[in-house]
Design a binder for this molecule. Structure first.
Ligand SMILES: [Zn+2]
Length: 299
């Protein structure tokens, strides 16, 4: 397949070139290439975007609860309706989300949800790449924690079956998972050499509750859990000393500006993070807290 007449960033300049693709590899960039082609006249050819924080099947809940702060949005509306979702809903919700992502240039996403075996099926069917995590909500109940770990390991095995699905552990947050549970997940992530994806410091209220409970800022509380294999979604409310911890531990951040503004969570200190050489990527979050999976809108 040849993508013809598109604009390409090539040897330091944006120029008009043809791109020849064999299988999943670019094999040639040149002029007047011959063969089966797609005309990309007046289009800019970019590498696929990576959306680093999604809850894909929430496409089914788009617009379900608007103009609410996170706590009320989650507890009164989202969690009750999510408890009614079935595997089949997650499959079709994921497919719908994947269509939206492919249409807006995303070729890989990092997704935390449940029934992730169904999301894996949607990934395999569509041609996109997905990093899938079972969202572990332990709720300080060790038996529930064991069930969440069992489900995570099941999804890990499923992800190994296809080259376009990979796995991360997904403990939901420090307010839905105990410290002991988080440390267990960290041990498992080390054992299986996997990354961890978690929501932290999304709202002011969450930070204040952790401070009240543990007399520490969230990143101080999580200090022994954090390392280079942890991806934090949001990180909106950070102090200078917390940013220092993130830098020391080489933690990665998924910045979700549209979601943070829709839920009135705040604005993450991105210039400060970048100044400290902390790796920041972009995520949309689920469509119920953004209304879109188009990363260009977050850009
Ligand atoms: Zn999220």
């Amino acid at each position: 397949m040849i993508i013809k007449n598109g604009l390409v960033y090539y040897k330091g300049k944006i120029v008009k070139r043809d791109i020849e693709i064999e299988g999943n590899k670019i094999v040639k960039i040149g002029k007047n290439l011959e063969g089966e082609s797609y005309n990309a006249e007046k289009k800019l050819i970019l590498p696929g975007l990576v959306n680093t924080h999604t809850h894909l099947a929430m496409t089914l809940l788009r617009g379900y609860a608007d103009d609410l702060p996170l706590n009320e949005w989650l507890e009164k509306y989202i969690w009750p309706v999510e408890s009614k979702l079935k595997g089949e809903d997650v499959y079709y919700g994921s497919l719908l989300g994947i269509i939206e992502m492919i249409k807006s240039g995303t070729t890989c996403f990092n997704d935390m949800y449940f029934f992730m075996d169904k999301t894996a099926n949607a990934v395999v069917k569509s041609g996109i790449r997905g990093v899938l995590n079972h969202g572990c909500i332990e709720l300080f109940d060790s038996e529930k924690g064991e069930r969440e770990i069992k489900e995570s390991l099941k999804i890990m095995k499923i992800c190994e079956k296809n080259e376009r699905t990979s796995f991360m552990f997904g403990p939901h947050s420090p307010y839905t998972c105990s410290k002991g549970f988080l440390m267990k997940i960290k041990d498992l992530a080390n054992k299986y050499q996997k990354y961890i994806h978690i929501h932290v410091s999304e709202t002011k209220n969450e930070v204040e509750n952790i401070e009240k409970e543990y007399k520490m800022k969230p990143m101080e509380y999580l200090k022994d859990f954090l390392d280079k294999n942890v991806l934090i979604a949001h990180a909106v409310h950070l102090t200078k000393s917390e940013i220092k911890i993130l830098k020391e531990k080489n933690v990665k951040i998924s910045h979700n500006p549209v979601s943070n503004l829709k839920l009135s969570s705040g604005i993450a200190p991105i210039p400060e993070l970048l100044k400290n050489d902390i790796l920041v990527s972009l995520g949309t979050d689920g469509t119920a807290s953004n209304n879109s999976l188009n990363v260009f809108e977050d850009l």
